[in-house]
Design a protein around this ligand. Sequence first.
Ligand code: GLP
Length: 244
Amino acid sequence: MQIGIFETSEEASAAAARGVVDLLARKPNATLGVATGSTPEGLYSELREAHAAGRFTLEGSAAFALDEYVGIADGHPEKYRNVLRRELVGPEKTGLTEAGLRTPVSSDADPHLAAGQYEASIAAAGGVDLQILGIGANGHIGFNEPGGSLVSRTRVEVLSRRTRTDNARFFDGDVGKVPSRCITQGLGTIMEARSLLLLAFGAQKAEAVRQLIEGAISAKWPATVAQMHPDLTVFVDAEAAELL
Ligand code: GLP
């Protein structure tokens, strides 16, 4: 595990963006795994700047989302496909194409079937080269909530009350508007990415970061499974590092 502790989230995001640009220099058309939530917003902003400066393009790449809500309208601004579209898709963003952005098709009548198809599509693309991750305050990655299998595959998952409360800020502050189910890549699926880059910012992530880096591997803190990954990089800001 490589750990980078930065004074600010901006510095950590800039360093993370350099890692992505370096990867694409070594391996043009590399496949990314992309997280949503607030944490990677700074990284995506840095990537848009680097793309505008001509330092890389995702034009020939695929980017697989970690997860998607089930039971959210296609046009809803918080549907993760729409969030990632706004952040990454288009020649004025990172060059990623609409077809290159891959998200679980959670509007399918059978989300369990859609989850299996999504898992298969990641394998068919040759797997993920670099998976960008955030972390929930309860230690979830993707939407793999505490207590689940550490070797799970892509599936339908019920969101914990804590996660729905945390995400209510994206839904007018109303936890009742936060979908209760999602499709998420499993921990086993995420662990197959060739490299993992996990970002965590702010004091509310400090305990999850402590568990990730110093805790025992346990389903109580799902992110701890990443300790087993041969190429894990963790970039945190000073606040998220305060319990280390
Ligand atoms: C969300 C997402 C995760 C994300 C995490 C942290 O619910 N499903 O992929 O990493 O929770 O979110 P944030 O970065 O907004 O704190």
